[in-house]
Design a protein around this ligand. Structure first.
Ligand code: BDP
Length: 698
């Protein structure tokens, strides 16, 4: 009989299938501690033992079975148990979520101060597999670098006429709602919570940042639906957050205003929030998109965004909640004929002057780049501009601009590059330090006080969770990078492969690993090669954003331009002659970006308008680079498809996964060819410069 909540689902198990627990399941494990999270650990261990013949025990005495029992191989224990000191020296506190792993004389021990640490310790053991059971292992402690590791769902309750049920969702419908009602599919939801916990995520915002009329009610009369989700995710140490509309006091409360300084508005938020916590005592807080792309906000009342964020922060503070206030604020109705406005500048212009004005429980959530989740952008200058503010870095796991889960595009390397970027130069803190503590401060008082990492989820009710089965790796990587932002993305991919693809008894196991690395390691750069060149961005079809359309946004009010003409291409964002955006960075980056010579090739067209004949650091001209990378990108996709076929042909993947991946690779190749054709043809006609290698361009 299967433990409750763990019946097999009619979906692909993604990472952490039962087989991943083989090493634990064949051993004798004792779990010492109590409470709901310990129950979760215990049920995971019990299920593994039921499958692989091991023994799971709860309670008793550490290191000794009851009389007649065989000794334990593995002990998961809270540090409050005295006998633990024999194993693990007293050291730094492990905190809410940390754990120590050690082995002595053939007994492996995981010790945590709090139950959540045991849960994360268990998943670490699963990652290690047999290696967790080496007879001796010096104690090593693991603590998350970021306390806040969140995924944002962009789920609607109703199906939106344009955006569908999940905004920018490429994996079917919502895991929470169907036909305008709660799905009430706790097994599937629990499985999702388990996947998230298995990569370290501890918070989920359940609904779209664009809060439509129906979804607004989740805050009040439909709050019970949020509470049900919270109940299912709680056993995996995941807190639930909610996107709310700034206009709620009007639309839900019947007030004439939503002015953040109006007493009635403050009282409404305080009362509403009290009710939220009465229903969901461990509720995480609110997520707000305000004054952006049509969402209401404080500007309507002549107030700034600190006033807006602090209104909600004050309502949440008595309960320990936080508001994630998004910095994605810009004018989406700008006049493309007016070159003095620049969308890239907007977040900094709005927010940098407000540094220091946000309440302690207000987190400013900043997209990693200044534009909008492009395959290549510079890191947002806001990240270096607000040392007195808690900042969260937002990445887009859902592949809106990176192939929409029809293309293989492993984004671990992109996020790792962003997190490792040092906005103040080589001796200053990195983005990952700023996400961990304000300003990247090493001071212990502020450690772990940052806003953390927020990932827009790519999961839905698709049987493979993410549409493209290989896109699961992106969700996994986002969670792992929030826990340990200095992990090597290739190593993360390795973990994901190991945890996801169960070893088959036949065939060459190494072929699987090698092939997946071949297909995925460089896939982000491949995608970059066949799409918009040298950091200029967009060139996608308007609206749905899939496939090429070089001028699709060029003469529209969205602020996303490339300015290609017969002589050159790129956006002049210099201080000297352009929009001044380059000046939003501290040195040395402000100087590097300002100069054509200093600017890295991959961002050249983001910062400079240059002639087609401009010579890159690579030695190639801009025009030749465009031709070469587009032809190369297509070849790389063709090659990935061959590698996959060889792998699948060796019988190393589940036939259902194979069918889905092949279908997507075919589409990726078709689409990459289309990008290549259109981009090369466009730039050949604009520039009149032929390809140096004489390849056919139509
Ligand atoms: C853009 C998406 C849009 C989102 C917006 C956001 O196109 O659907 O609402 O980001 O982040 O990339 O709010």
């Amino acid at each position: 009989e299967q433990p409750e909540g763990q019946r097999p689902l009619d979906v692909h198990p993604a990472w952490l299938p039962p087989e991943a627990f083989r090493a634990i399941g064949s051993r004798r494990t004792r779990v010492l501690g109590d409470g709901p999270l310990v129950e979760t650990v215990l049920s995971e261990v019990r299920e593994a033992c039921a499958r692989y013949g091991g023994v799971a025990r709860h309670g008793g005495v550490m290191g000794h079975g009851a009389t007649g029992d065989e000794p334990d191989d593995l002990i998961l224990v809270l540090s409050t148990v005295d006998a633990v000191r024999d194993f693990v020296p007293a050291g730094q506190p492990l905190g809410e979520e940390g754990f120590t792993l050690a082995a002595r004389s053939g007994v492996t021990v995981v010790v945590a101060d709090r139950p959540a640490g045991l849960l994360y310790g268990l998943f670490e053991l699963v990652r290690l597999g047999e290696a967790a059971f080496r007879p001796e292992r010096a104690p090593e402690s693991h603590r998350p670098a970021m306390r806040r590791r969140m995924v944002d769902q962009w789920d609607n309750v109703d199906v939106h006429p344009v955006m569908g049920q999940v905004e920018r969702g490429y994996a079917g419908g919502s895991l929470f709602w169907r036909d305008g009602k709660p799905r009430r599919d706790p097994d599937r939801l629990r499985a999702y919570g388990r996947l998230l916990a298995g990569c370290g995520v501890n918070a989920v915002s359940v609904n779209n940042v664009n809060v439509h009329a129906t979804e607004a009610h989740l805050l009040t009369d439909r709050l019970a639906e949020v509470a049900e989700i919270a109940d299912v995710l709680r056993p995996y140490h995941i807190r639930v957050h909610l996107s709310v509309s700034f206009a709620s006091p009007i639309t839900l409360g019947g007030l004439p205003t939503a002015d953040p300084l109006d007493e009635r508005v403050r009282a409404w938020w305080a009362g509403t929030t009290r009710q939220v916590y009465a229903t969901i005592p461990d509720f995480g807080g609110y997520v707000v998109k305000a004054d952006s792309e049509g969402q209401p906000g404080p500007f309507a009342y002549g107030r700034n965004h600190a006033d807006g964020a602090n209104l909600l922060a004050a309502a949440l503070a008595p309960y320990g909640g936080v508001v994630h206030w998004r910095a994605f604020v810009y004018n989406h109705r700008q006049d493309w004929r007016d070159r003095s406005t620049d969308r890239a500048r907007a977040a900094y212009d709005h927010f940098a002057p407000l540094d220091g004005q946000f309440h302690d429980n207000a987190i400013l959530q900043v997209k990693y780049g200044p534009m909008d989740f492009q395959a290549r952008e510079p890191v947002s200058p806001v990240i270096a501009a607000m040392p007195a503010t808690r900042l969260a870095v937002e990445v887009q796991v859902t592949q809106e601009y990176t192939g929409q889960q029809r293309h293989v595009c492993y984004l671990g390397p992109q996020w790792s590059e962003v997190l490792g970027f040092r906005p103040w130069g080589p001796d200053g803190p990195a983005v990952r330090d700023v996400a961990a503590s304000p300003g990247g401060a090493a001071s212990p008082g502020r450690a772990h006080d940052g806003g953390g990492l927020v990932a827009v989820s790519n999961a839905g009710d698709d049987p493979f969770w993410t549409g493209h089965p290989l896109a699961q790796a992106n969700l996994y990587a986002a969670g792992r990078l929030a826990w340990a932002p200095d992990l090597d993305p290739t190593a993360i991919l390795d973990e994901w492969i190991e945890l996801t693809f169960t070893p088959s008894s036949t065939g060459d196991p190494d072929l699987l690993r090698r092939s997946l690395h071949e297909v995925m390691d460089g896939s982000w750069r491949t995608y970059e090669r066949y799409t918009a060149p040298l950091g200029v961005g967009f060139m996608v079809r308007p609206g749905h954003h899939y496939g090429p359309d070089v001028d699709g946004y060029e003469y529209t009010p969205w602020g996303t331009y490339h300015f290609a003409d017969r002589d050159g291409i790129g956006v002049d964002r210099t201080v000297a002659t352009g929009t001044g955006f380059a000046g939003q960075y501290p040195p040395p980056w402000s100087q590097l970006y300002e100069s054509r010579q200093g600017c890295p090739d991959e961002l050249l067209l983001f910062f400079h308008h240059v002639p087609y004949g401009h010579v890159l650091h690579s030695g190639s001209t801009v025009i030749q680079h465009i031709y070469d990378t587009h032809f190369a990108g297509v070849e790389e996709v063709r090659r990935a498809r061959q590698v996959w076929e060889r792998l699948a042909g060796a019988g190393l993947v589940d036939p259902a996964v194979d069918t889905r991946v092949r279908e997507r690779l075919d589409e990726q190749l078709r689409c990459a060819e289309e990008w290549c054709d259109q981009l090369n043809a466009y730039f050949l006609r604009k520039s009149g410069v032929p390809d140096a290698h004489g390849r056919p361009i139509y």
